[in-house]
Design a protein around this ligand. Structure first.
Ligand code: C2E
Ligand code: CA
Ligand code: CA
Length: 736
């Protein structure tokens, strides 16, 4: 994936850079070629123009020799020696012509002069045929095309008549060699008196242009190695086929091709090269940077994904990661006969470790637990910390037996003390619950929930145990939820009832007081024991409502029983999370029930949780004039010191002690000492759960003040209690 992403970044950049460089180079080459082509066509034009101009200048140059009365006369007279001197020798030696001919009016040569070849005086015959058009051009210029460019000069003769002098020049191949040929009429100049009627004589001057002219042309216009070539144009050279006016090729001029474009490239090449290298380097750097960036992004993404799935404290997978692991592992066992063991491990009373040693030590314990659990699972297994003080192990292929073994191993491993930094030694125990997938559930959520149900069960069994999930646990939870809903509506409807159980004097004949006991009968579930719904109410907070409801009902009913005390139970959570003193004050105020006839029963557990607050609340109640009784005495840890430390008015000995009352066993010894202690502390002593006459007698002789139990009466509705009281008033009691 990383590779793909970096390629994704690299390719377009590299392609873009290559394309840009390609475009730059191509433009340069195309531009250079274009420049070269333009330069070449300019050079060709230049050559043609130069040749034309050269011809014209020769034609003009020869005017001095041909507009001349003496020459006119001498040529007409065919004065060969004059012609030789003034045309032949002069023109060849002074002006450098190579051939000179004089033609008569009918174009027949009357004189020929070739300096190197004296015998060539008659050679005009061999070249004259190719010059016919030029001869015609000077004789009848209007019959020729305009490009013949005849130089016409008007010559006034002085007698009023005008003569035209005409000259034409062109480049021709003379015996295979390129040459400029000038044909000029020979006319008299100013002051000539006789009339000119005959067609003029002509001067034909030929100048080879393959040497000197070519050299000068090259020098003047910057053609390098300009030369006439006969056959092939040398490689790398440019050439131009020079043609005469009549269209015949005269020869080919070749020169070293001028390549300004190439030159340009050569000049810019170093700079361009450097900049291309720079661009390439820059591109490379850009690609590297892009790759690095892409990698960074990927890494930070990976890091973020990992962080979102890791528990920061222990480095274990967290709840999110656990869910993903579940999906993966459950997928792996699908169709297979394989299993997935799900172990939920909870540290017992982790809060008290935190409270006792501080959070840093608590964290240390969690980290150490994580390490020990990790060392227990094999390669395919996973240890996660979904939250707080609970850990989860997922181990594929675990059956019931193996899961129980692993759970026991975990118990043993974690039972070893934790020696933390700073020398703190902490002992911790854990509870383990487990479920086996897919038997106990086919989704991760379900398996985890069921393993957690099992661990809750393990905790209920006082910790450090292993419990396997059982389907009943689910049913229990379902039942509990349903019960909670039903209790909520019972509280809302006010359908919680109050029954009363009498507290008799030691003889069991006279009623001294009654204990209010909550009763709940659900329309569909039937009667539910307070042993079940009171703890549920405590957990769900409903106890505040129920408590106040029972209290109000009890004092209202109690008004009908003058002289009889009314005892009401108050739970620990009412003391710690509610305002019991305020509620009792309000209820007493509303009902006008005498405070001294009200007793509040609290259990030892109230004192254990928060001693200070329990003490305050107790004092608050006593300040209202209410009596406070310690209920279920002897069941908790308390021992006797609580009785001294807290100023209770009354002590209710738990029924588990009463069973042994009168029997010659340890329990009656303990019972006797409790009664003795209560007497010493000046407390009213009540014995609960008195079921037999023997028990009553023993308790009576042992010095108990009050007795409560089925022997006298079960808890009764208020009206029946009224009747019971009526039957057990002091007078009747004495009577019976
Ligand atoms: P408790 O306060 O110890 O109440 C006495 C319990 O002993 C009552 O059970 C009563 O029916 C039972 N009992 C009385 N005499 C005998 C006997 O001779 N033999 C036997 N085996 N049992 C006897 P009950 O009514 O089921 O109440 C159970 C507990 O529920 C109470 O124990 C009390 O802790 C709690 N409770 C009941 N009503 C309320 C209430 O309104 N508020 C609070 N906070 N707790 C309540
Ligand atoms: Ca009680
Ligand atoms: Ca009790």
């Amino acid at each position: 994936m990383q590779k793909r992403t970096t390629t994704f970044v690299t390719l377009p950049i590299a392609a873009l850079a290559a394309a840009s460089i390609g475009i730059v180079l191509a433009s340069l080459v195309i531009g250079a070629r274009e420049a070269d082509a333009i330069a070449l066509s300019r050079q060709r034009e230049t050559i043609e123009h130069a040749i034309d101009q050269h011809g014209l200048s020769l034609a003009r140059e020869l005017r001095i020799q041909t507009v001349w009365t003496e020459a006119y006369n001498k040529t007409r007279e065919h004065d060969t020696s004059w012609i030789r001197s003034f045309y032949g020798i002069y023109l060849s030696q002074i002006l450098g012509y190579d051939r000179i001919y004089v033609l008569a009016s009918d174009d027949t040569p009357v004189f020929g002069f070739v300096p190197s070849d004296q015998s060539a005086s008659s050679s005009f015959a061999s070249i004259g045929g190719g010059l016919k058009d030029l001869l015609k051009a000077v004789r009848v210029p209007q019959s020729m095309p305009a490009d013949y460019n005849v130089v016409v000069t008007d010559v006034p003769l002085g007698n009023g008549s005008m003569l035209q002098h005409r000259a034409v020049a062109d480049v021709r191949s003379i015996r295979g060699r390129p040459a400029t040929v000038v044909v000029s009429t020979i006319v008299p100049d100013r002051g000539y008196r006789s009339d000119v009627t005959e067609p003029p004589m002509l001067l034909v001057a030929v100048e080879d242009i393959d040497k000197e002219f070519t050299r000068r042309l090259g020098a003047n216009f910057g053609f390098r190695d300009l030369q006439w070539v006969t056959h092939e144009t040398p490689a790398g050279d440019a050439s131009n086929v020079v043609k005469s006016l009549d269209g015949a090729p005269v020869g080919t001029l070749a020169w070293r091709k001028d390549r300004p474009g190439l030159e340009f490239i050569r000049r810019v090449a170093p700079g361009l090269g450097i900049s291309l290298i720079l661009i390439a380097a820059l591109t490379y750097i850009l690609i590297l940077w892009g790759k690095w960036q892409a990698k960074q992004i990927l890494q930070s993404e990976e890091h973020a994904t990992l962080a979102a799935r890791t528990d920061a404290l222990t480095g274990l997978p967290n709840r999110v990661a656990l869910r993903e692991a579940f999906a993966r592992l459950l997928d792996g066992i699908q169709g297979d006969k394989s299993t997935l063991g799900v172990l939920s491990i909870d540290i017992d009373q982790f809060k008290s470790i935190n409270d006792a040693f501080g959070n840093a030590v608590g964290d240390g314990v969690l980290i150490a637990v994580a390490r020990r659990l990790q060392s227990l699972v094999g390669a395919g297994g996973i240890v996660a910390r979904p939250d707080g003080d609970s850990f989860v192990m997922l181990v594929p292929g675990l059956d019931d037996k193996a899961a129980a073994e692993l759970a026991t191993d975990a118990l043993t491993a974690l039972a070893e003390p934790f020696d933390l930094d700073g020398g703190t030694r902490v002992f911790a125990t854990v509870s383990v619950g487990y479920a086996i997938g897919p038997r106990d559930g086919d989704t991760g959520d379900e398996l985890l929930r069921r393993a957690e149900l099992a661990v809750e069960k393990a905790k209920e069994e006082a910790g450090e145990t292993v419990v396997a999930f059982a389907p009943e646990m689910d049913a229990e939870v379902t039942y509990r939820r349903m019960l909670e809903m039903a209790l909520r509506s019972a509280v809302a409807e006010g359908s919680i009832n109050v029954f009363y159980q009498p507290l008799m004097d030691a003889s069991g004949r006279r009623v001294l007081g009654v204990e209010a006991l909550a009763r709940w009968t659900d329309p569909t579930l039937g009667p539910i024991s307070p042993e079940i719904f009171i703890p549920l109410a405590e957990e769900t907070g409903l106890i505040q409502n129920i408590g106040e409801h029972v209290l109000r009902r009890a004092v209202e009913d109690g008004k009908a029983w003058p002289g009889i005390n009314v005892a009401v139970n108050v739970s620990a959570s009412q003391i710690h999370h509610g305002d019991v003193v305020g509620v009792v004050r309000d209820v007493l105020g509303d009902s006008q029930f005498p405070a001294e006839r009200l007793e509040i029963e609290i259990t030892e557990s109230v004192l254990l949780a928060d001693e200070k607050r329990a003490n305050e609340q107790m004092r608050g109640l006593q300040a209202l004039g209410v009596k406070v009784a310690l209920d279920d005495f002897g069941t908790g840890y308390s021992g006797l010191q609580y009785l001294r430390r807290f100023g209770f008015d009354k002590l209710k000995i738990d029924r588990s002690f009463i069973d042994g009352a009168g029997e010659p066993l340890d329990s009656s010894v303990i019972l006797a000492s409790i009664i003795k202690l209560g007497q010493d502390l000046d407390l009213t002593i009540t014995a609960e759960g008195v079921e037999t006459v023997e028990q009553q007698r023993w308790l009576q002789t042992s010095g108990c003040d009050q007795l409560q139990g089925y022997l006298f009466s079960r808890p009764l509705p208020a009206d029946q209690m009224t009747a019971f009281i009526a039957a057990h008033t002091a007078k009747d009691a004495i009577a019976s």
